[in-house]
Design a protein around this ligand. Structure first.
Ligand code: MLT
Length: 210
């Protein structure tokens, strides 16, 4: 199977029982950013981590923004579509496309990207996602039934200066419209950065995942 041209990191599973993880970094990150986090959340998992191809003054992102927290869907959707096309090919190439075996793990811009992939491309073989500090960037419900059987964990911080607290419940609602099961935790002390409770919640969620 031909591997599409896109900067990314892949590591095969060391533990065949662990779910595969699609790692999506935050603004200014790289394909290596979340590997250490993944190792603590799901040791031995197969990993696929693309790098965002949008350059915001030297910072890699998955889609453009007009300003912090201000988005134009017309700029976002084509970027999500091209990422989905890469992922479909790469997941087949690396044999990570077994239904029910792959979760997205995204932080900040990567969490927003994971949510947009679920909203716009439910045919991708994602069993669900762990969204770390996600916000609503595409204010549109997933198509009814399109996300049936998927599970999404949203982990946000009550003191996040970037993501207002009402965003996570709104985003959860947009995903539930498609039939996804959602769990939401708002950490009272956390800001935009991660706290130890995020790791334990994500680990526990993935261990429970079917
Ligand atoms: C975004 O642009 O996706 C969000 O504002 C998160 C960020 O990258 O700061």
């Amino acid at each position: 199977m031909h591997l599409p041209d896109w900067p990314h990191y892949h590591r095969p599973a060391a533990d065949p029982a662990a779910p595969g993880l699609l790692l999506l970094h935050g603004t200014g990150g790289s394909e290596h950013d979340l590997v250490g986090l993944a190792d603590r959340i799901a040791p031995g998992a197969a990993l696929l981590a693309p790098r965002g191809r949008v350059n915001e003054q030297g910072a890699a992102r998955f889609f453009p923004r007009l300003a912090e927290g201000v988005f134009d869907p017309a700029q976002i959707i084509p970027r999500i579509d091209e990422l989905a096309a890469f992922l479909a090919g790469a997941l087949r190439h690396y044999q990570m496309d077994t239904p029910g075996r792959l979760f997205a793990l995204g932080f900040s811009n990567g969490a927003n990207t994971a949510a947009a992939l679920l909203q716009l491309h439910p045919a991708l073989p994602l069993a669900g996602a762990v969204l770390l500090r996600a916000m609503v960037v595409l204010d549109r419900p997933a198509a009814p039934g399109s996300l049936a059987g998927r599970s999404v964990l949203l982990l946000n911080g009550a003191r996040d200066p970037i993501v207002p607290p009402e965003h996570a419940p709104r985003l959860a609602g947009l995903l539930r419209a498609g039939g996804a099961a959602t769990e939401l935790a708002l950490h009272p002390e956390a800001g935009h950065g991660l706290v130890p409770g995020d790791l334990s919640a994500a680990r526990e969620f993935l261990q429970r995942a079917p």
